[in-house]
Design a protein around this ligand. Structure first.
Ligand code: AP5
Length: 218
């Protein structure tokens, strides 16, 4: 099964994509995570990407399209994948369609998480992650069971993202409205768009998604 998550920064795409990865047994391809890894490499590309991300802007389409093309050709994507953070522009959506036609696969569902703007800011400002395995948490909504210890790997170091500052988040939200929101009518016209109420507690959002992916695509 091939799934796309759409939604503004902080809507819960990464959180729900991780649950779905476990449920479906297909990999979650998070372009944000891939780019953050690239920034750690110290390469020229990594340095460029770091600057773009910290400014709250989008990385160029050609870089992103090559990244995803290489990734979905890997063996672990043979039975499907979950896209978290891609596509984000019309050029990316059209390039994805071309790639999928070449690979003779199709998207089953585009899950759009609907969350209001106040909640997005609150979610992003409370977000942190395990520094060892990357498991995501929130100061209010998803705390580790034992304070200071990661539920998944037992790690005790936690990190906050450099692009989660108030000013950068505002720019990311503007970018979403301008560049990514136009994808909704595109996927609506292909009868792939499924609206998910992302304002509900995490487990209830998961359960809505499970109901959708449990059904065959329309
Ligand atoms: P990326 O990493 O993709 O960031 P984003 O899209 O801005 O989304 P976030 O990761 O901020 O939020 P999320 O929706 O995953 O929410 P989460 O589950 O963490 O991209 C970062 C940057 O990389 C971009 O700005 C751009 O520069 C670049 N980039 C990436 N892809 C690109 C592309 N294709 N093209 C060009 N540039 C690209 O949840 C947030 C918090 O809320 C968590 O703490 C979570 O625990 C909590 N939470 C989740 N769900 C709920 C709920 N239902 N109730 C209460 N709390 C909740």
């Amino acid at each position: 099964m091939n799934i796309i998550f759409l939604g503004p920064p902080g809507a819960g795409k990464g959180t729900q994509a991780a649950y779905l990865e476990d449920k479906l047994g297909v990999p979650k391809l998070s372009t944000g995570d891939m780019l953050r890894e690239a920034t750690q490499s110290g390469s020229k590309l990594g340095q460029h990407v770091k600057q773009v991300m910290e400014a709250g802007q989008l990385v160029a389409d050609d870089i992103m399209i090559d990244l995803i093309r290489d990734r979905i050709r890997q063996q672990d994507c043979a039975d499907g994948f979950i896209l978290d953070g891609f596509p984000r522009t019309m050029a990316q959506a059209e390039a994805l369609d071309e790639m999928l036609t070449q690979e003779r696969v199709a998207i089953d569902h585009v899950l759009k998480l609907e969350v209001n703007a106040d909640a997005l800011v609150e979610r992003i400002s409370g977000r942190f992650a395990c520094g060892d395995c990357g498991e995501g948490y929130h100061d209010m909504h998803k705390k580790p069971t034992q304070e200071g210890v990661c539920d998944r790997c037992g790690g005790t170091e936690f990190t906050r993202r450099a692009d989660d500052s108030a000013e950068t988040v505002r720019k990311r939200l503007d970018g979403y409205r301008e560049m990514t929101a136009p994808l909704m009518p595109y996927y609506e016209s292909k009868a792939l768009l499924r609206h998910v109420d992302g304002m509900l507690p995490i487990a209830e959002v998961t359960s809505q998604i499970n109901q959708i992916v449990g059904k065959k695509a329309a």
